[in-house]
Design a protein around this ligand. Structure first.
Ligand SMILES: *Cc1c(COP(=O)(O)O)cnc(C)c1O
Length: 218
């Protein structure tokens, strides 16, 4: 079994165990820092949904992959600076890291200028870690409302639990917040915990190292 087949089988099993349809879960293959041949190998197996956390890095590789493969769906899963919004909107298909009103306003502006109305997720800092990106949990409903008022196509919430915490309470918090906001998309779970995230309602799991192998850095 290839690593991709293995991860897909584990997603199917976790979905079945949770009484969920496995096609309700999207595997976002996190290709940051990976050698191009590893990405090419996953593309060759037919996978099309990828995640990158840096605009610049994505710009250096994805236009080439897109020229050679149809149907690629690229998710931005890392922090987005306002001055990179235009480039991000041109490069990505989904923005998962909307975490502040200023960024939401800039995205709305650029999307209306370019006519590229990308789906977005609001990133929630479920652990309220001071150094980490993401909207504070108690400001999430207001930010989602503001995004909607701006005309953004908000599909769901995203979180990255603190590395040293049990992710379960963070996943539960994100799922509850999504429900309160009337959102069906829930992006949570990475290589070490995606099965648990699926048990708790994840619709998008972001898997990097378990799929591509360890990253050299980053
Ligand atoms: C790197 C990254 C991942 C994937 O992490 P792995 O542990 O390698 O699966 C998922 N989400 C975000 C936001 C990341 O930056």
């Amino acid at each position: 079994m290839s690593p991709l087949e293995d991860i897909r089988a584990r997603i199917d099993a976790a979905a079945r165990a949770a009484g969920r349809a496995s096609d309700a879960i999207t595997l976002v293959a996190v290709s940051k820092v990976q050698p191009l041949d590893r990405i090419e190998a996953i593309l060759a197996q037919g996978h099309r949904v990828f995640g990158e956390n840096r605009v610049q890095e994505a710009a250096s590789k994805w236009p080439d992959f897109r020229a050679r493969h149809d149907g690629i769906e690229l998710h931005l899963i890392g922090p987005l600076q306002s001055n990179k919004v235009r480039q991000a909107v041109e490069l990505f298909d989904v923005i998962e890291s909307v975490d502040r009103p200023k960024l939401a306003r800039r995205l709305a502006e650029v999307m209306s200028e370019t006519g590229r109305h990308l789906p977005v997720f609001v990133q929630v800092n479920t652990g309220a870690e001071p150094q980490k990106a993401g909207c504070p949990p108690d400001e999430t409903e207001a930010l989602v409302a503001e995004c909607r008022a701006l005309g953004l196509d908000v599909r769901g919430l995203m979180c990255i639990p603190p590395v040293d915490d049990d992710p379960a309470p963070h996943f539960a918090r994100l799922a509850a917040l999504a429900q309160r906001c009337g959102l069906t998309g829930i992006s949570m779970g990475m290589s070490g915990d995606f099965e648990q995230a699926i048990a708790q309602g994840a619709t998008h799991v972001r898997v990097g190292s378990a799929l591509f192998g360890a990253r050299a850095h980053g």
